[in-house]
Design a binder for this molecule. Structure first.
Ligand code: ZN
Length: 251
């Protein structure tokens, strides 16, 4: 018999202990600063070279790429290594789940990754460090080396659609999992938030770990308000322990 699949939906709150602020949430830094929001809005970015120059400078200055995974990221890796099938659906673009040691194929990045760049013409990709090195070398809006088109961070900017393939996989996981843990997300941004509802509708146990109330709290089997850095490791240890218990001890 296969073990129950655990899905973790992670939002900005899981990375604050790693020193990464909430940029894109409803109360995030970008939403509160219209000028900053332009730097990550597709229409402005594509239409205005000055916005692109400032956007590249912002990427160069913000040290999200040097952040380290924290106890919550590591707890998910421990659960996966204990043999429980785990899938992570993340709203974060920091790549910290993979850096903590989770295999990349087990992480769905709904909003893409800030660790890569992508060409808006030919879709060529590369490591963000490579693009930032070109800035260090004096370019202020580095074009694609393959086709000359505009490069951008491989994140989903405001005004861009989520990748339908990634979203489809996330939906399939929400429907198939037995436990769905939403951690560090206000569950206010669709369609990511709706995944919690889909999971609950399909019979999953819904656990919400978030400092603030969410619209899905009433639907949840368990709501945890403790700090994520201690709450998530405890929850996942309990889950792994329950999986190790023989079936006869249940009920
Ligand atoms: Zn290109």
């Amino acid at each position: 018999m296969t073990k129950p699949l655990v899905a973790v939906l992670s939002g900005a709150g899981i990375s604050t202990d790693s020193g990464i602020p909430d940029y894109r949430g409803p109360q995030g830094l970008w939403r509160r600063d219209p000028e900053a929001e332009k730097l990550v809005t597709y229409e402005y970015y594509m239409g205005d070279p000055e916005i692109r120059r400032r956007s590249w400078q912002m990427r160069r200055k913000n040290r999200a790429l040097s952040a380290e995974p924290n106890a919550a990221h590591r707890a998910i890796v421990d659960l996966e290594r204990s043999g429980v099938p785990v899938r992570v659906i993340t709203q974060n673009v920091d790549g910290l789940h993979q850096m903590a040691g989770l295999p990349a194929r087990k992480v769905l990045e709904l909003h893409g990754s800030a660790r890569s760049f992508v060409c808006t013409g030919c879709h060529a990709r590369g490591p963000m460090e490579e693009a930032l090195a070109r800035l260090d070398a004096g370019e202020d809006d580095p074009p694609c080396r393959e086709c000359g088109a505009i490069l951008k961070s491989a994140t989903v900017m405001f005004g861009q659609r989520l990748d339908p393939v990634v979203l489809g996989e996330a939906l399939a996981i929400a429907k198939a999992c037995q436990v769905f843990i939403a951690v560090g997300t206000s569950l206010q941004v669709q369609p990511a938030a709706g995944l919690a509802g889909v999971a609950a509708d399909h019979g999953a146990r819904l656990v919400i770990v978030n400092a603030e109330p969410t619209p899905y709290d009433e639907l949840a089997d368990e709501v945890v308000r403790e700090p994520i850095g201690t709450a998530l490791p405890r929850l996942l240890r309990e889950l792994a322990a329950a999986e190790r218990r023989p079936r006869s001890e249940e009920g």
